[in-house]
Design a protein around this ligand. Structure first.
Ligand code: PNS
Length: 174
């Protein structure tokens, strides 16, 4: 049953911004699947820090040189998009039990919507088990160090973003 090794695996999410935890999961995905398609949800309800165009550009930079990683945006149902791009696997990262309930519900709903698409959960390295985009933004904004938690390009873009938004409360050089 090695059929899906040849598969395109879709790794969906908000990636606002991509963290080392996401990077870890995508890399693990590459060790199993032929191609990993990082798919950024265009969500009109959310107010992201980075626009989808910025997120695409950042992720492209992070994976520059990895020919088996692609980046795209999608809206609507994930399974419809997966079908459209020929992906038969959905990758999701599971950091802790607290992620499980939501992920389990999503996986089963996606299976109900399209039983041909399999969800695969992957665990990041323990050192990233507490890392989330939301916490990274909060910590950075409050002057905390995030350099071990995000790729260098993300740290740079966070600095630029908060500078154009009026800087951080700490007044630290940006
Ligand atoms: O990074 P996130 O915000 O946890 O990612 C959530 C995402 C993008 C995977 C999820 O919201 C999604 O797949 N949305 C697309 C709409 C959809 O298919 N909804 C039904 C999923 S059960």
């Amino acid at each position: 049953m090695n059929r899906r090794r040849d598969a395109v695996a879709i790794f969906p999410g908000s990636f606002d911004p991509i963290t080392n935890g996401h990077l870890d999961i995508a890399t693990r995905g590459l060790s199993i699947f032929r191609e990993v398609l990082i798919a950024i949800l265009v969500n009109a309800d959310k107010r992201p820090l980075f626009t989808v165009e910025e997120r695409v550009e950042i992720i492209r930079k992070v994976f520059r040189g990895s020919r088996r990683v692609r980046v795209a945006t999608f809206s609507g149902l994930l399974v419809d998009y997966a079908e459209e791009v020929g992906a038969s696997v959905i990758i999701r990262g599971l950091r802790a039990m607290s992620d499980f309930e939501y992920e389990f519900q999503m996986a089963l709903m996606n299976r109900r919507l399209d039983p041909r698409i399999e969800t695969v959960f992957m665990m990041p390295a323990e050192s990233y088990s507490y890392v989330s985009s939301r916490l990274v933004k909060e910590v950075f904004q409050l002057g905390g160090r995030v350099s071990d938690l995000v790729p260098p390009v993300v740290e740079r873009r966070l600095r630029e973003k908060y500078r154009t938004r009026g800087g951080r409360a700490t007044g630290e050089a940006v």
